[in-house]
Structure formats: structure tokens, C-alpha cells
Design a protein around this ligand. Structure first.
Ligand SMILES: O[C@@H]1[C@@H](O)[C@H](O[C@@H]2CO[C@@H](O[C@@H]3CO[C@@H](O)[C@H](O)[C@H]3O)[C@H](O)[C@H]2O)OC[C@H]1O
Length: 477
């Protein structure tokens, strides 16, 4: 088999035939995330806390088992059966490099990544490798696993040097694997000055190409993959490269300004926000990949009787987004394949050992709104309103919109710092304490909760995806 390539606006195979990549992201796996796997804060915090409670060896055992069960042959077979052909694989740099031992490759990092790439290949599924975290944090959010809202990656050359080094290692390891559709060197950068991102991309491009002239690159726009306005003529320096937008629509989230009914003006808004993100590529005839998109879903335990109607509305957003993408023959990767029940195509059943163990804790997390993604802060809003009012009163309006504004409003910033970073931090130990005294067998059973066999399917979402797969197959879209 030969490598896929980017040619003009398309991804093509060796015969120049267009291949539209349609799939999902394996978030929460080699880069764990709070709302996906159910812990508070960031991955580095819960890993340290679990080691404190059960010891380093048992903690490593648990996480290794978690990585194993999270994606197996059964997952790949199911994924393929939905008519999808590509999985984006987000991973945390810490699997490959220790902060206390920089630039020394940890070969064990390849264990599960290689395994899943091969499993996917066996089922005819392409993969895209996504470095989802970088030393210091390349963006302001929890999924950069830095524990802070300041993206230090942009301020320390050494952090950037380390990522360039890591991609050289990865490129050497994967250069011959034709089932890898390409590399996505940095998830959702937020560089407040914009220019440092382009300089970094120039460096990482050259570093990868030194070892691997074949694989396509998928480069995210700045500010959570939404803004290419400062890319200038950079595309002239980068060959075999596609550009990644992340096309989340506010209509797919609890913060939607109004119920989504698919009205003309709502559809126009969906399309406008998508077109704005891809403007730079369209002006230059470049290839676009939508690396993340998709609504979150209501849950019976929180939204009660409204659950089904809310979710029907979200499926409608999904269908309308897909109609837009089909028209443009867009390659996309929906967020997300598996989780504990908020956004995934499959989710861990509530009667598993993990979900039973954490039932009350998860309810508390929800009440305190300590995960940022799709948060419902109703129960705690009165606590934070005085802080918001104070800032509004005391800070000049022109100083209130700190980057990444306008994507982050003032309320988002307060929520991120006060709830998602500060309050979360206090709950890390409580999460880890649930494991105290557990034997290896018990830890294994808990980790097994994430296995495909113990997951339920989000049928509404999967039906939209398979209907779409049938449609595009019939109509050659
Ligand atoms: O790991 C993923 C992560 O990659 C993803 O990041 C978020 C993407 O959306 C950001 O906000 C959106 C920016 O564009 C506006 O148009 C949308 O309305 C916003 O939702 C957000 O700040 C990022 O954290 O999110 C999910 C993680 O699991």
C-alpha cells in the first residue's frame, strides 16, 4: 500500500483518487481528559495522586490496563462497521518523554500506540497521530495537561525544542507505516502573538521532513484550530500539508443561545462559522480537514425528562453539519469515540465497577461544574457571580477581554480558573482515595469497565453517522 497524499484541496491515494477521511477522535485514551474518563483536573495530577495512594507500581499497572482495554479489536471492528475509515489518535507527550529526563525517549510509549495503529490497519482504518499536549501547555485548556491557563509552550524555546525533538523520533519510528494518514503535530495551539506558531510550524515541518518525506501533515489553526488569519504565505513552504479546523457549534452545547430547530438563519449561522474558519485555505485552494466537531449530549441523571428532546435537537445539529461537510467533500473526525457518557459514540455502562465506584463523585463533579466542557454551572453560579461583578466593576472594559478572547468570554475565564483549575485541584486526592487498598485484580476489574464489551452505544449518534456513510457511498459524495 502507498501513502495518502495531499493534492490541492484533496487527500488522494497513490492513483490520485480522492479519499475522504471520515472518522472520530480517540480522546481520553493516550491523553486522558476529565470529562471523558471522569477524574478532576488534569491527567498529570491524577497520575501523581494515584501513585501516592496505591504506590507507583500499582498505579502504572492500572493505567496500563486502562490503555489496553480502552481500545481493542472489538472497538476497531465496530468502528469500521459504521462506515468510518479514520481514527485520530491524540497522545500526551509524557508517554514518550519524562519532564525530569528530557530528550530521552521512553520506548514503552509506543506500546499501545503501535498496537492501536496496527489494529486499525487490520480493519482497514487509517490513523492520524495527534500530539495533544506539549511541555508547558500549547493552549490554555485542561486537555493540554499543564494545569494552568497560561500556555507557557510559546514562551520557552526549550519546550518547543523538545517537541521538535519528539516529532523527529516519531517520524523515524512511523515513516514506513502507510496506514498512518498523517501527522497532526500540535492540537489547538493558542499563541497570543500568532507569529510564534508559524515559526514553530516551520521548525517542526523541517524536522519531520528530515526523516519522513512521505506522510501528510495536518496543521491546526491558531486559537483552538479556528484562526489562520496570520498564516500569510506560509503554505508556499509546506508541501503535502492539510489544514485543520475544529468546527464546534454553539448549538451543540448547553450554552446554545436558543433551541436548535434547523431554521434558515440557524443553518446560515452554522455555515458562516464553518466558512470563516476555512477562509484562508479557500482563498489559496488548500486542503481542509475538520479535526474536531460534534455536540455533547444530555444525561438522564442530570437532565431528567428533557434528555431525549435535547438529544434529538443535538442530532439535528449533527445532521445539518454533515450536510454542509458533504457538500464540500470535507474530511472530518468527530469528537469523540468513547467516554463515560457525555459525547462518545460508545460509553462505559453505568453498572460497571468504575462507574459504580465513582457514582457519587461524578454527581459532585457535575454539581460543582469542575469540568469545563459543556459545563452546567447552575448550582454554583451564585458563588462566582460576585467575583465576576467585582472584575466588571474594577477592571476597565478594554482590559477585560484577555486572550483567547473572543473565544473565551470573561465568564469562561473565571470558570476556567476558579472552577476547572482551583476547585478541581482540591478534588484530585478524593478521586485517588477511591482506589485505596485495591489489589491488582481489583484494579484490573475497574480498568476493564472501559472495554468495548462493557460499553453502551449512543444509537442516535451512530445512526446519524451510518446514515451519512450510506448516503455518501450511494451518491459518491
Ligand atoms: O481535547 C478536546 C479539545 O481539543 C477541545 O478543545 C476545545 C475546542 O473548543 C474551544 O472552544 C470553542 C472555540 O470555538 C468556538 O466557536 C466554540 O463555540 C467553542 O466551543 C475550547 O476552548 C477548547 O477547549 O475540546 C474538547 C476536548 O476534549
Amino acid at each position: 500500500m502507498a501513502y495518502l497524499k495531499v493534492s490541492g484541496t484533496k487527500v488522494v491515494d497513490k492513483d490520485g483518487k480522492e479519499v475522504i477521511l471520515r472518522g472520530a477522535g480517540l480522546g481520553g485514551w493516550m491523553n486522558m481528559e476529565n470529562f471523558i474518563t471522569g477524574y478532576p483536573g488534569c491527567e498529570f495530577q491524577i497520575r501523581a495522586a494515584l501513585a501516592d495512594v496505591v504506590g507507583q507500581e500499582k498505579s502504572e499497572f492500572f493505567f496500563d490496563k486502562f490503555l489496553e482495554y480502552f481500545f481493542t479489536d472489538a472497538d476497531a471492528a465496530f468502528f469500521k462497521s459504521l462506515g468510518l475509515n479514520c481514527i485520530r489518535l491524540p497522545f500526551n507527550y509524557r508517554h514518550f518523554e519524562d519532564d525530569m529526563n528530557p530528550r530521552v525517549l521512553k520506548p514503552e510509549g509506543f506500546k499501545h500506540l503501535d498496537r492501536v495503529i496496527d489494529l486499525c490497519a487490520k480493519h482497514g482504518i487509517y490513523t492520524i497521530l495527534d500530539l495533544h499536549t506539549a511541555p508547558g501547555g500549547q493552549n490554555t485548556d485542561w486537555h493540554a495537561d499543564a494545569g494552568t491557563h497560561i500556555a507557557k509552550f510559546w514562551e520557552h524555546k526549550d519546550f518547543q525544542d523538545r517537541v521538535v525533538w519528539l516529532w523527529e523520533e516519531l517520524a523515524q519510528h512511523y515513516r514506513d507505516n502507510t496506514w498512518i494518514a498523517g501527522y497532526n503535530p500540535l492540537n489547538e495551539p493558542t499563541d497570543p502573538y500568532q507569529t510564534r506558531l508559524i515559526a514553530f510550524y516551520d521548525r517542526v515541518y523541517a524536522a519531520i521532513r528530515k526523516h519522513d518525506p512521505h506522510h501528510a501533515l495536518f496543521l491546526d489553526g491558531n486559537t483552538f484550530a479556528s484562526d489562520f488569519s496570520h498564516f500569510g504565505d506560509a503554505e508556499t513552504r509546506w508541501q503535502n500539508t492539510a489544514y485543520a479546523i475544529h468546527d464546534y457549534s454553539v448549538f451543540g452545547f448547553p450554552a446554545a443561545p436558543e433551541p436548535y430547530v434547523g431554521s434558515e438563519s440557524q443553518q446560515r449561522r452554522l455555515r458562516r462559522s464553518y466558512e470563516k474558519k476555512r477562509e484562508w485555505m479557500d482563498q489559496r485552494g488548500l486542503c481542509v480537514w475538520n479535526g474536531e466537531w460534534g455536540p455533547v449530549y444530555a444525561r438522564k441523571e442530570y437532565e431528567g425528562d428533557l434528555t431525549e428532546s435535547i438529544n434529538e435537537e443535538r442530532y439535528r445539529v449533527l445532521r445539518d453539519q454533515l450536510a454542509i461537510y458533504n457538500k464540500d467533500r470535507l474530511s472530518w473526525s468527530i469528537w469523540l469515540y468513547k467516554d463515560i457518557g457525555f459525547q462518545g459514540m460508545v460509553h462505559v455502562s453505568r453498572d460497571t465497577p468504575y462507574m459504580t465506584l465513582f457514582k457519587d463523585f461524578l454527581a459532585k463533579k457535575h454539581r460543582l461544574a469542575i469540568d469545563a466542557w459543556g459545563a452546567d454551572d447552575t448550582a454554583v453560579r451564585p458563588v462566582y457571580t460576585p467575583l465576576l461583578d467585582l472584575i466588571k466593576q474594577e477592571v476597565k472594559p478594554e482590559h477585560q477581554a484577555l486572550y483567547p478572547a473572543p473565544v473565551w468570554k470573561l465568564t469562561d475565564r473565571i470558570g476556567r480558573l476558579a472552577r476547572n483549575i482551583l476547585v478541581s485541584e482540591f478534588l484530585v486526592k478524593e478521586w485517588a482515595e477511591h482506589f485505596r487498598g485495591k489489589s491488582e485484580d481489583e484494579l484490573d476489574t475497574i480498568a476493564q469497565s472501559f472495554a468495548f464489551e462493557h460499553c453502551l452505544h449512543r444509537d442516535g449518534l451512530n445512526k446519524v453517522l451510518t446514515d451519512n456513510a450510506n448516503l455518501v457511498a450511494q451518491e459518491n459524495l
